[in-house]
Design a protein around this ligand. Structure first.
Ligand SMILES: [Zn+2]
Ligand SMILES: [Zn+2]
Length: 131
């Protein structure tokens, strides 16, 4: 598993590096994650100070709830980040990482809100709401 990771949006307007280790992946099936990604989120995470932006001219933040906001690319529409006010951590959408990650999905949250067109694969913890 690499110690340092790189990632980007689809168009390259947002490029970042993040110092590992990264948290195992959490899949979130909540309504907000489904709307913003078109499916469900698969997010790793790290302390906020572990993230370094290499390019961010097209990065914008959408306040999706009173206590949290979501980072996305205003040019290509990629979803990349989620952060809760005051948490000191950042969630990073695992699909935006480049190359092998060595990560696995550890848990599914808000499973009660998942779409009816897919099943959650066995092998990870499942929580109906938040964990
Ligand atoms: Zn982009
Ligand atoms: Zn969610």
């Amino acid at each position: 598993m690499p110690d340092d990771y790189k990632g980007s949006c689809l168009c390259g307007g947002v490029i970042y590096e993040v110092r590992g280790p990264l948290r195992p992946v959490v899949a979130c099936h909540c309504t907000q994650c489904r709307k913003t990604t078109g499916h469900h989120v698969a997010a790793t995470g790290a302390p906020a100070e572990a993230l370094t932006m290499t390019a961010s001219e097209t990065l914008a933040w959408y306040r999706s709830s009173p206590a949290a906001e979501r980072g996305f690319c205003t040019r290509c529409g990629s979803n990349l980040f989620w952060r809760k006010d005051g948490s000191g951590r950042i969630s990073i959408w695992a699909g935006t990482l480049d190359g092998p990650t060595g990560l696995t999905i550890e848990r599914h949250i808000f499973a009660a809100s998942k779409g009816d067109y897919y099943e959650i694969a066995p092998g990870a913890l499942v929580f109906p709401e938040s964990d």
